[in-house]
Design a protein around this ligand. Structure first.
Ligand code: NI
Length: 263
């Protein structure tokens, strides 16, 4: 059983065949999919979509790319959406200094406000950090142990993963670990304890080998998990068992659905 911890199922890339994509995921052992939002519109849609599909859960939040759209009153709307039963996390939120879509101070402000919301609601966060490691760590550290969450699509070193682990965060890996030039990610994966790792596609992006460069989808988690088992030197079954439990340990609101998902 596999828990897809980060997929953008409502992305336009899936408009033609969304149901088939979900069906293929189920046929390949993906029993739960956390559909991650990146703005107010996808957040609202994600909640509705989760309510309509038993294996789908939602996260709500504003991605750093969309920081300029943020309005103070969005926090109240996000709060209401976060209270919904199948909303498991606030995200994805964070900092992205690679693209220049939103000014840095504005990004920090929107990130901090959503972390405050997560803290207030005692919900985990899904963190996006691209070329903004120092500021991301500084902001997260200012919350101490009051924030639970996952660093999604981890691209850092084994060394810097220690800081995240000390903050109590989980670390999530994508198909990047299957790439030929992935030695840094592989070293990080080796160093991170099994009980703090999550699995994600970040689809429709980041297809693992042998599909690199094509549209990604949740069933490709199988390829990422195989590589992960090899790196961690444990059986595929044992790996999946651990990651399945990790997902429910972090996304606590999913716990009441666990038994039903396992049947
Ligand atoms: Ni994402």
């Amino acid at each position: 059983m596999i828990f897809e911890s980060h997929a953008h199922i409502l992305a336009k890339q899936f408009d033609q065949d969304r149901n088939e994509v979900i069906q293929r995921a189920l046929e390949n052992g993906i029993r739960a999919v956390l559909n991650v939002s990146d703005d107010m519109e996808t957040s609202k849609k994600a909640v509705i979509y989760a309510n309509e599909n038993s294996q789908i859960f939602s996260s709500v939040g504003i991605h750093p790319h969309n920081g300029n759209d943020f309005k103070e009153e969005d926090l109240d709307i996000l709060k209401k959406l976060a209270l919904e039963q199948k909303t498991l996390a606030i995200g994805e939120i964070g900092l992205d200094y690679y693209y220049d879509f939103c000014e840095k101070n504005k990004q920090k402000d929107v990130f901090t406000k959503q972390l405050e919301l997560a803290k207030q609601m005692d919900m985990p966060v899904i963190i996006h950090d691209r070329d903004a490691h120092k500021d991301t760590i500084d902001i997260l550290s200012s919350f101490g142990k009051n924030i639970n969450g996952v660093m999604h699509c981890y691209s850092g070193s084994a060394e810097s993963s220690k800081i995240l682990l000390n903050l109590g965060l989980y670390i999530s890996f994508t198909g990047v670990i299957t790439f030929k030039n992935a030695s840094k990610s592989i070293e990080a994966l080796k160093a991170i304890p099994l009980d703090r790792i999550l699995l994600e596609t970040d689809c429709p992006y980041m297809s693992p080998e042998p599909f690199r460069g094509t549209r990604n989808e949740p069933r490709n988690l199988v390829y990422i998990a195989r590589k992960m088992a090899e790196v961690k030197q444990i059986s595929y079954e044992k790996l999946l068992e651990n990651l399945w439990d990790n997902s429910f340990n972090l996304f606590k609101k999913a716990a009441k659905y666990k038994q039903a998902l396992e049947i």
